[in-house]
Ligand binder design. Structure first.
Ligand code: SAM
Length: 280
């Protein structure tokens, strides 16, 4: 039984980090005309109304995208991310936050393909509706991990795979390294983005160590913490593991992370990490 709904969390600091990394990776693949696949294993609903009961209840977007939205100046590297949001928010106020599928929908080209999976009985129809007229997209109510076997390698041999579970089901931490290895054996040149929360540092670090020990080369880590690790309930930090990062990504994140910290870490209790976990 899935109880997690991304609508409670859309636009929080974790989404901001994840979606910035995603837009930079999509942009890098678009430097060539050749088509590519965007595969999103855990897609969510796609679009989130920020004045909804769910969003208002947690108010998480207020300390995430909302703080960025209020800035008069933003780094150029955020232009793509912000322009995608502006298309759905043409007026000054921020009404909608966009999830990974709708970010990809706007950035991918006619020649590209989109494969989305979502299991939640309420979010799946919402997602399908967003793509009802999009010929590039397949939207399935199937297990996202199974797509890593059935949809890879893509015909185009180019692609981005976003693995973004809620970790509500604790065995997601164990499933990810195994599923990644399977996927990598089929498609070693793909860009893989794995989002992770830091709720228990021990649990997260165990998963990261397992990924590092898979024998896969070229792995980077980008983490943003809003608080130091602690033993209380709740997420203190989140991060992205990137396999086969575009060559510019590390350098781009060196510019973005200090700005993000300055903008989002209002209580000055946070930190960030940019690390090459496994070199070439
Ligand atoms: N990727 C989305 C984004 O960035 O906007 C957010 C996804 S949210 C963190 C995780 C989603 O995965 C939830 O909507 C949940 O219902 C869905 N989910 C959980 N287990 C799944 C599975 N095995 N296969 C596909 N979707 C799953």
């Amino acid at each position: 039984m899935l109880s997690y709904r991304h609508s409670y969390h859309a636009g929080n600091h974790a989404d901001v980090l994840k979606h910035i990394v995603l837009t930079l990776c999509i942009n890098s693949l678009k430097e060539k005309e050749k088509p590519f696949l965007y595969l999103d294993t855990h897609s969510g609903a796609g679009r989130y109304l920020l004045q909804s009961e769910h969003s208002e209840k947690t108010g998480e977007y207020l300390s995430g995208i909302n703080l960025i939205w209020q800035q008069s100046e933003t780094p150029e590297l955020l232009n793509t991310y912000l322009s995608v949001l502006k298309r759905y928010n043409p007026f000054d106020n921020l009404k909608y936050y966009l999830g990974s599928p709708l970010i990809a929908k706007q950035l991918l080209r006619e020649q590209d393909k989109i494969n989305l999976t979502e299991l939640h009985p309420t979010d799946y129809p919402l997602l399908r509706q967003e793509f009802s007229k999009d010929k590039r997209a397949r939207v399935l109510r199937e297990d996202g991990f199974s797509q890593l076997k059935s949809k890879l390698p893509p015909e185009s041999r180019r692609g981005i795979v976003l693995i973004d579970p809620s970790y509500e089901i604790k065995d997601d931490y164990q499933k990810i390294p195994k599923a990644l290895l399977e996927a990598y054996k089929r498609f070693a040149t793909g860009i893989y983005l794995i989002w992770y929360p830091v709720v228990s540092r021990t649990q997260t670090q165990k998963m990261i160590d397992e990924i590092v020990n898979l024998g896969i080369k070229k792995i980077s880590q980008f983490e943003f913490a809003i608080k130091p690790d602690n033993n209380q309930k709740g997420m203190t930090a989140s991060g992205m593991i990137v396999i086969n990062p575009p060559w510019k990504l590390q350098q781009q994140m060196q510019t973005i992370m200090p700005w993000l910290k300055n903008t989002l870490d209002t209580e000055k209790t946070g930190n960030y990490l940019i690390k090459e976990l496994v070199p070439e």
